[in-house]
Design a protein around this ligand. Structure first.
Ligand code: ZN
Length: 172
């Protein structure tokens, strides 16, 4: 039986992971993260869904083992069940991020590489930071591109310009 988190969201949408399946990593959510995911749905994702239509979860909960495997940040809100990476039918990721920003109530909102949106809520009783960022990959000669987070909701082109200026020691 599927565990329902809110009217249109189910727990399995937040725990499925191709990487976990491929490497045999257990990514089932313990009770505490599951309860946070329910809050994420009821406070943010479901009201958003009611406004704009279907939302696809590309990554929700990440067990500590899965987070490590995919090279996620140690401070990631995914293993806590406080964050989800999402896209929406009929909206560009940029438009989706703008909708979430307009609604407010988020802790962190990141437009990631123009491809998807990372959104989180604060811990229960915590204050939502309302931090909005655009992630961009900055090419480097002979090295892997570096991920840079630029404040604000920007096009990849504009975010890259700012990131490059920063990395060259310019004022930013
Ligand atoms: Zn994320």
């Amino acid at each position: 039986m599927r565990v329902k988190l809110s009217q249109n969201f189910y727990l399995d949408e937040f725990t499925r992971s191709q990487t976990a399946a491929r490497f045999g990593i257990d990514n089932s959510a313990p009770p505490a993260p599951s309860i946070r995911l329910m809050r994420l749905c009821r406070n943010l994702l479901q009201p958003l869904r009611n406004e704009i239509g279907p939302i696809h979860i590309s990554s929700g909960y990440r067990s500590p083992a899965l987070n490590k495997k995919i090279g996620g940040s140690k401070n990631s809100q995914h293993p806590l069940g406080l964050a989800a990476d999402i896209t929406a039918t009929g909206k560009t990721p940029h438009q989706l991020a703008a909708c979430i920003h307009a609604r407010g109530g988020y802790d962190q909102l990141i437009l990631e590489f123009g491809e998807w949106v990372h959104v989180s809520i604060p811990e229960k009783g915590g204050i939502a930071r309302g931090e909005i960022l655009t992630a961009v990959k900055v090419p480097r000669p002979f090295r892997k591109p570096k991920t840079v987070y630029v404040p604000g909701l920007l096009s990849q082109e504009d975010a890259l310009k700012i990131a490059l200026k920063k990395s060259q020691g310019g004022a930013a």
